[in-house]
Structures are given as structure tokens and as C-alpha cells.
Write a protein that binds this ligand. Structure first.
Ligand SMILES: C[S@@+](CC[C@H](N)C(=O)[O-])C[C@H]1O[C@@H](n2cnc3c(N)ncnc32)[C@H](O)[C@@H]1O
Ligand SMILES: O=c1cc(-c2ccc(O)c(O)c2)oc2c(O)c(O)ccc12
Length: 354
């Protein structure tokens, strides 16, 4: 017990407190979204005084000091910025810019899903789930809710709607980055099936860049329901554990991280059957994280990848993979070659060849 000095223990206490209070990073961010602070600042178009901010947000005078403390914490985290001298003139930062609803790069809906208690409460189940030998086929999420995340459509339609919109709100920004940094990945692809393509946001972004590409959005019935085909975009209902509609390329964006190695091999084999063989130029395009592959070796990016892995542990039967784990499932599914291109941020594009 006495191998650490008092100084070390005090530093450790500070470290532990910092970890404990980290949930206020999430919760203050959620409060900012729920209050619509970024929207108000954006509409104003120039730095906004505290008095204006509380007026526009309809914060009663009796709560203005409380609200100032929330703003102080948000500014400290770089979510909003403030005038150095007066500390009372607020502006957007790039992070709050992403929280403006309604534009194609907004991640507001995505943040709402990830911070929704339906997901975050699953984390509380992790310790008992880890000790239980009976629960290997169910995720902590299913232990808590009785069903897996994609089986909740009938029981929790509001959450499923939020989930589908949230995943879609992630697509705009990522596809923007893909089109800027590695557009050639999609160059010359005649037809593409977006496997687990959600509500079609990714495909719409692709169609903008490649109007000639024939696209299929493939997803579960409750996601595709009510969607009508438009010029060059088909919506197809199905299950990627049964089969995948044919195309020159299959896109798997944020799919494989949600499944076990065995399940990924099954999904990849169905994708392989859907695309042309080696001599005829078929390929799979995966957009997901590769643990440890981040631009500029940013330490905090790896930490975020590890936390995303924990989300896959509690909410899905999947995991975030490092390069060697990706290689194993790619080769196990019968592919012969792959190429990883890191994107700005946390994810990579993995091109996989038959
Ligand atoms: C994490 S979301 C990713 C959505 C989209 N690719 C994106 O990146 O925005 C996973 C998607 O897989 C779909 N999905 C889950 N199981 C499926 C299955 N068995 N067959 C087809 N799609 C499935 C879900 O409905 C959901 O839209
Ligand atoms: O809760 C989930 C969240 C995500 C998710 C999607 C895109 C991202 O950029 C990301 O960081 C996470 O994906 C899931 C998934 O793929 C599942 O199969 C089950 C649950 C989830």
C-alpha cells in the first residue's frame, strides 16, 4: 500500500476525479444541443453578448448565473469561444458548427443517438454482463432492453427513428471528406450497392459526385419502408446474412464494426458473391475505423477509437479492429488483397479485392 508517495496519490486522486467527472463533458454537450445554443449564435451571425443569449434562449433571470456556469464549462471544452477580455461575447467554434441542425455536415442527430439513455444505460450493465456466462449471445444492450438494437423498431419506434436519422447525419460529413481526399476510390464504379445503407444519405452524396453511378440502398424492411426509387437509386429490402443485391462495388459503411468476426466473414462472403470476380474489377469499399491508424498519430484520436470500441461492446456484437484483425476477416472471406487509406478524423477507407 505504501509504494506511492503522497504527491503521487494526490495526482492519482486528481486523475480519478477527472475520469469520474468526464461524463459532464458529454452531458454539457447534450445540454448545449437540447438548448439549441449553436443555432441561436449562428442565426445572430456575429458574436453575441450573454444578455442577448439568455434573452434568445428564454432563460429566466433567476437562472442566468446557472446558465453562465454551463457556458463557462462549454467554452473551456472548446465548444464555444468567448472574447478573451470581456469573457462575455460568445461565438461558434468548428465543433459547435457541426452541431448546427439542417446542413449536410451536421452531426447533431448522431450525438443525440449516442448520448440517448437507451444507448448510454447499456454501459451500466457491462460489469454484470461480463461475469455472466449465460449472456454470451446477447449484448449488454439486449440484456437491458430485451432486444438487440435492430429489433426494436416495433417496441421503441421513436428510438429507431432517432437511430436511423442519427446514422444518416454522420454520412454527410464523412462522404464530404471521402470525396475530397480519395474520390478515386469510387471513380469508374458503374454500379454500387450500399449494404446497410440506412435511409440513403450516403448514396445521395455519392450520386452528387457521380451522377452516372447506378446505386442500390440495401437495408432491413423497417428502414427501407416507405422509400421510393428515384432516378438511378433503388431501395431494396433484405438481410445481409441471406444475400446482397449485385453491383460492381459494395459499400459497407459503419457496418462491420457492429458484428463479430464470424458474422463479418458471412457478410463479406455475401458481398463477394454480389460483385464481379477478380478479372472483372469488382471491389468492396469499407468505411470504418482501423484502431491505431489516425492521421498525425493523434493520441486523443486513438482514445476515441477505443471508446467507440466500448460502444460496440455494449450496444452491438462487434468491435473496432486494428489492421491485423481487419486482414484476418478479409482473407477469411476469400479476398486476396486490400488497401487502407486513412481519412482525416477517426476512420479509414479499406478497399478490398476478390
Ligand atoms: C450503424 S448503421 C450504418 C448505416 C449507414 N451505412 C451509415 O453509415 O450511415 C447499420 C445499418 O445496418 C442495417 N442492418 C442491420 N442489420 C442488417 C441486416 N441483417 N441486413 C441489412 N441491413 C442491416 C441497420 O438497419 C442500419 O441501417
Ligand atoms: O450504436 C451504434 C453506433 C454505431 C455507430 C455508427 C457510426 C459511427 O460513426 C459510430 O461511431 C458508431 O454503430 C452501431 C452498429 O453498427 C451496430 O451494429 C449497433 C449499434 C451501433
Amino acid at each position: 500500500m505504501d509504494q506511492f508517495t503522497t504527491t503521487e496519490l494526490l495526482q492519482a486522486q486528481s486523475h480519478a476525479w477527472s475520469l469520474v467527472f468526464s461524463y459532464f463533458k458529454s452531458m454539457s454537450l447534450k445540454a448545449a444541443i437540447d438548448l439549441g445554443i449553436a443555432e441561436i449564435l449562428h442565426k445572430h451571425g456575429k458574436p453575441m453578448s450573454f444578455a442577448q443569449l439568455i434573452t434568445f434562449l428564454s432563460i429566466p433571470d433567476s437562472k442566468s448565473d446557472h446558465f453562465r456556469r454551463l457556458m463557462r464549462a462549454l467554452v473551456h471544452q472548446g465548444i464555444f469561444s468567448t472574447d478573451q477580455e470581456t469573457q462575455s461575447s460568445y461565438s461558434l467554434t468548428p465543433t459547435s458548427q457541426l452541431m448546427l441542425p439542417g446542413n449536410s455536415t451536421s452531426i447533431t442527430q448522431w450525438l443525440r443517438v449516442i448520448l440517448d439513455p437507451t444507448l448510454s444505460h447499456s454501459a451500466h450493465v457491462l460489469p454484470s454482463w461480463l461475469k455472466s456466462s449465460e449472456e454470451t449471445t446477447k449484448t449488454p444492450f439486449a440484456v437491458l432492453h430485451g432486444r438487440e438494437i435492430f429489433e426494436l423498431a416495433d417496441e421503441k419506434p421513436e428510438f429507431t427513428k432517432l437511430y436511423n436519422e442519427g446514422m444518416a447525419s454522420d454520412a454527410g460529413l464523412v462522404m464530404n471528406v471521402v470525396m475530397r481526399s480519395c474520390r478515386d476510390v469510387f471513380e469508374g464504379v458503374e454500379s454500387l450497392v450500399d449494404v446497410g445503407g440506412g435511409n440513403g444519405t450516403t448514396v445521395m452524396a455519392l450520386k452528387k459526385a457521380f451522377p452516372e453511378m447506378k446505386c442500390t440502398v440495401f437495408d432491413l424492411p423497417h428502414v427501407i419502408q416507405g422509400k421510393t426509387d428515384i432516378d438511378g437509386v433503388r431501395f431494396v429490402t433484405g438481410d445481409f446474412f441471406q444475400s446482397v443485391p449485385p453491383a460492381s462495388a459494395a459499400l459497407l459503411k459503419a457496418i462491420l464494426h457492429g458484428w463479430s468476426d464470424e458474422d463479418c466473414v458471412k457478410i463479406l462472403k455475401h458481398c463477394k458473391a454480389a460483385i464481379p470476380n477478380k478479372d472483372n474489377g469488382g471491389k468492396i469499399i469499407i468505411i470504418d475505423m482501423v484502431i491505431g491508424v489516425v492521421m498525425d498519430n493523434e493520441v486523443s484520436a486513438v482514445e476515441t477509437q477505443l471508446f467507440s470500441d466500448l460502444l460496440m461492446l455494449v450496444a452491438a456484437k462487434g468491435k473496432e479492429r486494428n489492421e491485423s484483425e481487419w486482414r484476418d476477416i478479409i482473407f477469411a472471406a476469400g479476398f486476396t488483397n486490400y488497401k487502407i487509406t486513412p481519412l482525416v478524423g477517426l476512420r479509414s477507407v479499406i478497399e478490398v479485392y476478390p
